[in-house]
Design a binder for this molecule. Structure first.
Ligand code: SF4
Length: 370
């Protein structure tokens, strides 16, 4: 079975400057009074503009609460895409990173899609430049091109399928059953995990998420010894020696579900620590422990929290609605080409609901505070 790693140097990895730039743009923390005031302003503006807030689990807890209190959603990127597409609102405010705003715009070209900060990007997106990716595809025309959601509209325009971590396994398994060979991009860890699970013939791009890439297998082993009863929950963007120690491997929604449904009291969580906010709300009696990274004093660029997700704040929601700033625009030719791979995924998920994780009891992914 062929498995070739495309030897590509990540743009962002070199980009210490890039993550430094992101951290420099993270708004200062607010006092409790300021948080209340900004939240009220944001609520007023969302209502005035008939806008809906669609937030990712990794963003600031106040934004997640605001989304749920105003009829928006807090979700993983698959659910964000579906929710934004199906909502009647003419303006979507996407609190997350740029590819999420682009996906919303691709699916809903007639809606205005705003983001608190358009500079909020992703190391996977940065590490997969469209021109280089096109050359990679051109060199392997016999393969079905499957890209992770964490890519630019231009990269999606070149793909046959888009997948998220919720549905990637099911879709690659389906392609293997059809006898297809896969060209996968950009996350090498997720790609390796899927290849191992499905046995599919996959040619890999060499990208990584700066958050999950930093979880450490040896330190996790030591932490597990200190908490022998804890269940280990791991996002598959993590390195193999971390994934191998997991009790549950899954997308953010699937990990959340595991905490809500799990019988254990303690959980070691290897994904962005922004998700702990929603986990605590949905499972207040559970003890949540962050999986170890290299730590602040070492080489850690993210220390388990994405700097680009951290750029999203209440102030940004107010500013984008007041000023109409942070609007996502995509050339129509790119948008229409990118639409095909996203619709193919959404159709697949609609036709194979059993292959995607089901919500846990008491788990309300979309509307209303749970
Ligand atoms: S957490 Fe990782 S995959 Fe998610 S946006 Fe940040 S860099 Fe990208």
């Amino acid at each position: 079975m062929e498995q070739v790693i495309f030897d590509y140097t990540r743009q962002d990895a070199s980009g210490a400057s890039c993550t430094a730039h992101a951290w420099a743009k993270v708004p200062e923390p607010l006092s409790p009074d300021q948080r209340r005031q900004w939240k009220e302003r944001a609520k007023t503006l969302l209502a005035r503009h008939n806008a809906t807030l669609v937030a990712h689990y990794y963003v600031d807890g106040d934004l997640q609460d605001l989304a749920l209190e105003t009829g928006g959603c807090v979700a993983d990127s698959l659910e964000m895409a579906r929710f934004g597409r199906d909502h009647a609102s003419k303006t979507l405010v996407v609190a997350g990173v740029r590819f999420m705003g682009e996906t919303a715009k691709i699916l809903s070209p007639d809606k205005r899609v705003l983001m608190p900060d358009l500079d909020a990007t992703c190391s996977l997106d940065l590490g997969c430049p469209p021109q280089d990716f096109a050359a990679f595809c051109d060199a392997h025309p016999d393969r079905r091109v499957v890209v992770y959601a964490n890519t630019s509209a231009a990269v999606k325009a070149r793909a046959d399928w888009m997948v998220t971590s919720s549905c990637a396994l099911a879709i690659v398994r389906h392609l293997k059953e059809q006898g297809e060979k896969v060209l996968w991009a950009p996350d090498k860890h997720l790609g390796r995990y899927i290849q191992e699970q499905t046995g599919a013939d996959m040619l890999m791009w060499n990208g990584a998420c700066i958050v999950h890439d930093e979880f450490k297998g040896m330190e996790l082993e030591l932490l597990k010894r200190e908490h022998p009863g804890a269940l280990v929950l791991v996002h598959p963007e993590s390195p193999r020696n971390v994934v191998e120690q997991a009790d549950v491997v899954g997308s953010t929604s699937q990990l959340l579900q595991a905490v809500v449904q799990g019988g254990a009291r303690e959980y070691i969580v290897a994904t962005d620590n922004g998700i702990l906010h929603r986990m605590r709300q949905l499972a207040p009696d559970k003890v949540l422990i962050e999986a170890p990274t290299a730590g602040n004093s070492a080489t850690c660029k993210s220390c388990a929290h994405c700097p680009w997700m951290a750029m999203n704040a209440l102030q940004g929601v107010v500013t984008c609605l007041e000023q109409g700033s942070g609007e996502i625009t995509i050339p129509e030719s790119t948008r229409s080409q990118a639409l095909g791979c996203i619709e193919r995924m959404l159709d697949f998920v609609a036709r194979h609901p059993a292959s995607i994780a089901k919500p846990a009891q008491g788990f309300v992914p979309n509307v209303g505070a749970a």
